[in-house]
Design a protein around this ligand. Structure first.
Ligand SMILES: [Zn+2]
Length: 275
């Protein structure tokens, strides 16, 4: 099994991402995925809930965001948060967007599930509780991106949309690194046949992507569907890394499925950092 690309930080508020083959570079992006540890929220949001759109105390969410900001050394004033509607729309973020959606979700970037930037002054963020975080990095062009892919975003091919947008800007697919972060695994993700119909339309090699367990029930491997879409879009296998963590199996994380929807949110983040 390949090495886990996400490793816990000292304070365990976050797992830090190192892109494959880039670990030696000292100008790697600042990237990672938060855990549910060491925050201030009460049950069922205990403890590091980072989502304002769940019925947690907003003061606690803001305090939690500050805890993460301090741990990863990225001030809230740099963060940018998108609204996330399970779509496949992307927005290019610039310094003008600094702080949007950070202290209140009403000024988040509207109707967007993918963000990318060439600007060092922003940290791209997105919220998760089982959906798949996709991290993109083009070292030569100094560009980073982040996408939120639940089954809807995955089957709308937000992964391919990001690759296409970068290609339009002259970035070659073979120069792009992608990491697939902690999310619900095939072990815990039961779906019905209407979801599988959306996967079948993608015309991928579906052998290991899902398994039928009863008449209308399947176990779906969303990380691997995204892997196949990324390979199809031209990402080199050696530039692709996949987290082994299942958010439903591991008590490091909130899980929408495990906790029947009454739970908090983790945050994925990526930024180019200062030079
Ligand atoms: Zn699992």
């Amino acid at each position: 099994m390949a090495k886990e690309p996400f490793q816990a930080t000292m304070k365990e508020t976050s797992l830090e991402l190192k892109f494959p083959g880039q670990a030696e570079r000292d100008d790697q992006p600042i990237a990672g995925f938060s855990t549910r540890r060491n925050g201030v929220s009460q049950t069922p949001f205990s403890s590091l809930n980072l989502g304002f759109h769940v019925p947690d105390d907003a003061k606690d969410v803001l305090a939690n965001r500050q805890i993460l900001a301090d741990d990863i050394g990225q001030p809230l004033s740099k963060w940018v948060v998108g609204e996330q509607i399970h779509g496949s729309s992307l927005v290019k973020i610039t310094s003008k967007d600094q702080g949007r959606g950070t202290t209140d979700h009403h000024d988040a970037i509207p109707a967007v599930d993918g963000l990318y930037t060439d600007d060092r002054s922003v940290l791209l963020t997105a919220l998760y509780a089982d959906c798949v975080p996709l991290y993109f990095y083009a070292p030569k062009e100094n560009r980073v991106g982040l996408a939120h892919a639940g089954w809807k975003g995955t089957t709308k091919n937000i992964a391919g949309e990001m690759m296409e947008a970068w290609k339009q800007d002259g970035i070659k697919p073979e120069d792009i690194y992608v990491a697939i972060g902690p999310s619900i695994g095939k072990c815990c993700y039961e779906v019905n046949d209407s979801v599988i119909d959306h996967v079948k339309v993608l015309c991928l090699n579906t052998d290991s992507l899902f398994e039928q367990t009863s008449n209308e029930k399947y176990q779906l491997d969303l990380k691997s569907v995204n892997r196949e879409l990324l390979l199809k879009a031209g990402v080199q296998r050696s530039h692709l890394s996949i987290s082994h963590y299942c958010t439903s199996c591991s008590n490091l994380f909130f899980s929408h499925r495990r906790e029947n929807g009454k739970t908090g949110r983790m945050m994925a983040y990526i930024g180019l950092g200062e030079v």
